[in-house]
Design a protein around this ligand. Structure first.
Ligand SMILES: [Zn+2]
Length: 264
């Protein structure tokens, strides 16, 4: 599995590209306001995506969706998804469908055919705790609720071939290759993620001291140590969703745009 970092900034970010990533070049994780710029900066194009995961409906995770979808649909003219009749799978929490449609209605006059395109071409998959689903490209995704102000899900991802099929809700954490916590304060569920078998665990920490909404690097590293992640594992655990540009705080390193991980 290949994970490419497109952006690493949180809601407040002093000009960083907003938190987003791509899996295997065809799954987009989060659609922040600047997602088109972040994709282009990494020489990626919207239409190469067939699946989108949106962890929750705060604006720094979904306000780019109307622009992403418009470009996804029409990019390539005669060879566009519009002409080919393709559909885009969008995975996220309950209520995502209505919220995205409202964003689109605000972005463009309601009589615009683009709203009909959304109804016809976007397949919304609303998920819940411990759901495990098959995803295009021989992937599977599982989901865990976080401790945040809106329904928010962590993404737990793996490969069908490597796991011997789509794992069950009881063993998907140990079969994971990649975990993305999304927005969360410290709670028991973070320790569950840290105890997974994933080769890369990206955790929400704004890089600041404790402020309740996001984890601080200090409390994240303390939880990792309690979970038995040693210094040798420090490459597995990384911070994302930062408040300003940082390389590391203590032992915790932050991911940077353009950084790429090959997870075997
Ligand atoms: Zn949030």
């Amino acid at each position: 599995m290949n994970v490419k970092i497109l952006g690493n900034g949180g809601f407040y970010n002093e000009g960083l590209p907003y938190n987003a990533m791509a899996i295997d070049g065809h799954v987009l994780v989060e659609t922040p306001p600047d997602i088109l710029q972040s994709l282009m900066r990494q020489r990626m194009r919207p239409p190469q995506m067939d699946t989108v995961f949106i962890s929750h409906i705060h604006g720094d995770h979904c306000f780019g969706f109307p622009f992403f979808f418009f470009n996804w649909l029409y990019w390539g003219d005669a060879d566009s998804h519009y002409k080919k009749g393709s559909r885009l799978a969008v995975i996220g929490p309950g209520g995502l469908s209505g919220h995205l449609r409202e964003l689109m209605r605000l972005a463009i006059p309601p009589e615009h055919p683009y709203l009909r395109d959304f109804d016809e071409r976007v397949q919304i998959i609303e998920i819940d705790e411990d759901d495990v689903i098959a995803v295009k490209g021989n992937l599977w995704f599982g989901f865990r609720r976080t401790a945040h102000s809106l329904p928010t899900f962590s993404l737990i991802a793996g490969e069908v071939g490597r796991a011997g099929g789509v794992p069950s809700s009881s063993d998907y954490l140990e079969k994971a290759l990649f975990v993305y916590s999304s927005d969360t304060s410290m709670f028991e569920g973070v320790r569950v993620l840290l105890g997974s078998g994933a080769k890369l665990i990206l955790c929400d920490t704004n890089g600041e001291n404790e402020k309740e909404v996001h984890m601080s690097p200090r409390e994240l590293m303390a939880a990792a140590t309690a979970q038995g992640l040693s210094g040798a594992d420090s490459g597995r655990l990384r911070g994302i969703h930062m408040s300003r540009r940082m390389e590391r705080v203590g032992e915790l390193r932050f991911v940077q745009p353009g950084e790429e991980f090959t997870l075997l």
